[in-house]
Design a protein around this ligand. Structure first.
Ligand SMILES: Nc1nc2c(ncn2[C@@H]2O[C@H](COP(=O)(O)OP(=O)(O)OP(=O)(O)O)[C@@H](O)[C@H]2O)c(=O)[nH]1
Length: 396
């Protein structure tokens, strides 16, 4: 009896355990209750997901993972390497084509006439005056040429060319120091101030000078003290960015002197070799503006003396521009002239007039709008380019 009772209990246990085993998995697999989906839900999901993506065949057939597409990074801004400055004037000599017509073809043609009579000498004089050489310099050049051709009895084209070249070089005072003081002293950067009237090419020239300095191995910081024209600071920043130089600028209409001061301060802190300060184009007859330029100078000098003040002059404005330029020399101590746009004039003689009138050496010349179209000035190379023929022979 007891046996029957035990067997019945065992059977009951088996039945109970089997029942649990069937019920529990079902409970575990029961899906989450879902909220009813609306049409709007479906559309929003589709928009977020975008168009259906077709898996590549290899993915479906082999189950091999496909590599994600490569991440394309934005190209790093490229820093340009400016052209070396040595020999730039020689390379750019063809830019003086218009002046070459006057000096090379015109003057040399006159000098090689059969008879060098009074009329011819007068024509030579007129040519030089038209080329903006200036009256005094023209008289001197012609008098010396007359004398030397008479004494030497020179007649061959090569000899006459050499004589003319020697007189033009002489009028350009080849002994003047045309070097730019751009080297730092005892860890303090050299400071260059760039001044001149509106549109002479100051900002462009600042950018080109920065390239000249960088090409010659210097580090440069640019100060945008032309706060009147917001575009000038943008323009300068673009030039600086191309060669990886820093620009210090202020808000539009800020005090130019304070921007110039900050630029030099920053240059000292970062240890650059040279700080170049671009100033606003200002009309010299506006006394207030000239006073302001004087203030820029004084404030910058709180950091130490200014090493170089460059006056930018537009060669195409001729003698008139010279008169305007003179006022700058009274306000700031101009140490060098940058003569721009010589490529756009037949009056290359302006270089002679500028130096004589201002008594300041031309240190750089602009021969185009390209970034490397600024050349260190050299009297003999310039005259050679003006005459537009091969290098002159030895001069007497
Ligand atoms: N052909 C030629 N154009 C030049 C030369 N130098 C500058 N320019 C052009 O002259 C124009 C005026 O140059 P800017 O640098 O803006 O003149 P700016 O003196 O700074 O003018 P403001 O900021 O108004 O005072 C620009 O179109 C330059 O490209 C040069 O040597 N040759």
């Amino acid at each position: 009896m007891t046996e029957y009772l035990l067997i019945a209990l065992a059977l009951l246990g088996v039945l109970i355990l089997g029942g649990i085993g069937l019920v529990v998995p079902r409970l575990r697999r029961r899906p989450e209750p879902r909220l009813p989906r609306t049409e709007v839900d479906t559309r929003a999901e589709e928009e977020l997901a975008g168009p259906p993506v077709q898996a590549p065949e290899a993915d479906l057939s082999t189950g091999v993972l496909v590599e994600p597409p490569p991440v394309i990074e934005a190209p790093a801004p490229t820093v340009e390497v400016p052209e070396p400055t040595a020999g730039r004037l020689v390379r750019l000599r063809s830019r003086l084509a218009r002046s070459q017509n006057v000096f090379g073809q015109g003057l040399l043609g006159l000098l090689s006439r059969d008879r060098l009579d009074e009329d011819v000498w007068e024509e030579i004089e007129d040519n030089l005056i038209t080329a903006d050489v200036g009256i005094d310099a023209t008289r001197e050049i012609v008098d010396r040429l007359r004398e030397r051709t008479r004494v030497l009895g020179t007649r061959s084209a090569a000899e006459l060319r050499a004589l003319l070249a020697a007189e033009l070089v002489n009028a350009l005072d080849p002994g003047l120091d045309r070097s730019l003081r751009t080297a730092p002293k005892e860890g303090v950067p050299a400071v260059l101030l760039v001044v001149g009237i509106n549109g002479a090419g100051k900002t462009t020239t600042c950018g080109k000078i920065a390239r000249v300095l960088i090409a010659d191995g210097r580090s440069v910081l640019l100060g945008a003290a032309d706060t009147f024209r917001a575009a000038a600071a943008d323009q300068l920043e673009t030039w600086a960015g191309r060669v990886g130089a820093e620009t210090v600028r202020g808000p539009e209409g800020a005090d130019p002197a304070s921007v110039a001061f900050d630029a030099v301060r920053r240059g000292i802190d970062t240890g650059v070799d040279t700080v170049l300060v671009d100033t606003a184009g200002r009309l010299q007859n506006k006394v207030g503006l000239m006073d302001e330029l004087g203030k820029v100078k004084r404030v910058v000098e709180k950091h130490g003396p200014i090493d170089e003040t460059l006056l930018v002059l537009d060669a195409t404005t001729g003698q008139n521009g010279l008169e305007q330029a003179r006022v700058f020399t009274e306000v700031v101590n101009v140490t060098g002239v940058v003569l721009t746009k010589l490529d756009g004039t037949a009056k290359g003689g302006i270089v002679i007039a500028v130096q004589r009138k201002l008594g300041i050496p031309v240190k750089l010349v602009g021969l185009g709008e390209g970034p490397d179209d600024l050349a260190p000035f050299d009297a003999a190379q310039f005259v050679d380019a003006l005459l537009g023929t091969e290098a002159p022979g030895p001069t007497a």
